[in-house]
Design a protein around this ligand. Structure first.
Ligand SMILES: NC(=O)c1ccc[n+]([C@@H]2O[C@H](COP(=O)([O-])OP(=O)(O)OC[C@H]3O[C@@H](n4cnc5c(N)ncnc54)[C@H](O)[C@@H]3O)[C@@H](O)[C@H]2O)c1
Ligand SMILES: O=C(O)C(=O)C[C@H](O)[C@H](O)CO
Length: 264
């Protein structure tokens, strides 16, 4: 939060997502939790999912406090086909699916010289398959109605590589793949009324970097043009923008929310 404790996503029109259904993955903490709360605050029904049951229950409690519509939480491992099926069974109990934001991901920070096949596969199972198959199921539903928005979260590491300090080559390659997945859906389903974009955060102080020392976080923040790491509520604000009517002409983009780390 900023100094006034007001989340960055509090800047949109009231009831902006009233009556809409929004699926948020990786919703147990960080950006996903903030995105779920933001959708709830603007009137949406939220389907929140994560593999972390406790964190997810806390998100659900906060969504209910925030108001909006009906909310539900589904504990699921998105790297497994059964996990994807459970999430969409819950979505289908709500009726139409209007918005999806995929935040679920794992990060690793090894030297490229130490990454073995199991490490590589795990990152691709969660970060790439766990995104692709959510988009596939979402599109199956949204295409029948000719409307919906999808925001898939990539990373600046997917554009510039992982330095091995807080993100490694396997993470960076998986996030580059997320950007490619978004472009493929954008191209194949152009003109259908379903709008898809990638959101590419830069280094942000979230539970993703729980193992990183405060000292290193401060150094990384100081190295960004804006002079600090990002916050989960700031990433969520961008996800809300991309999901809303203000972004009606933003299509197939990778939208940087990175404190200037990429200058592009
Ligand atoms: N924080 C950053 O610096 C940063 C930078 C660039 C991109 N991102 C991306 O932003 C997104 C949100 O991350 P965050 O920073 O809020 O971190 P986070 O760790 O708080 O959120 C990621 C969530 O994904 C969940 N998850 C992991 N594996 C899963 C699985 N197999 N099935 C279901 N859920 C699973 C975790 O439990 C966690 O709650 C991620 O995609 C991340 O890669 C973050
Ligand atoms: O410094 C590194 O290792 C990175 O590449 C970090 C990434 O930019 C990414 O923002 C980490 O979440």
């Amino acid at each position: 939060m900023n100094d006034t404790n007001t989340p960055a996503w509090a800047a949109f029109a009231p009831e902006m997502f009233s009556g809409r259904t929004a699926l948020v993955t990786g919703a147990a903490g960080g950006m996903g939790e903030q995105t779920a709360l933001a959708f709830a605050s603007y009137g949406a029904h939220v389907v929140a999912t994560d593999r972390d049951t406790d964190g997810l229950q806390e998100t659900l409690r906060r969504c209910r406090e925030a108001g909006g519509g009906r909310h539900t939480a589904v504990t699921a491992d998105l790297a497994a086909p059964e996990g994807i099926a459970e999430v969409f069974a819950a979505v289908d109990r709500y009726g139409d699916l209007d918005h999806v934001v995929t935040c679920a991901a794992l990060i690793t920070a090894e030297s490229a010289l130490d990454i073995d096949r199991a490490h590589w596969q795990k990152l691709f199972d969660v970060n790439v398959a766990g995104t692709f198959f959510v988009l596939q199921e979402a599109y199956r539903r949204m295409l029948t109605r000719g409307s919906g928005t999808v925001v898939a979260v990539g990373s600046d590491a997917g554009k510039r590589g992982g330095g091995g300090l807080i993100a490694d080559a396997a993470y960076a390659a998986s996030k580059a793949s997320v950007l490619s997945v978004v472009k493929s859906f954008a191209r194949e389903f152009a003109g259908t009324g379903v709008r898809v974009n990638a959101l590419t955060p830069g280094p942000s102080d979230t539970p993703l970097h729980t193992g990183v020392s405060q000292d290193l976080k401060e150094k990384i923040g100081a190295g960004l043009p804006i002079g600090r790491m990002g916050r989960a509520d700031e990433l969520a604000a961008a996800a809300l923008f991309l999901s809303g009517p203000g972004a009606a002409f933003v299509y197939g983009a990778s939208f940087n929310v990175d404190g200037g780390s990429m200058f592009e």
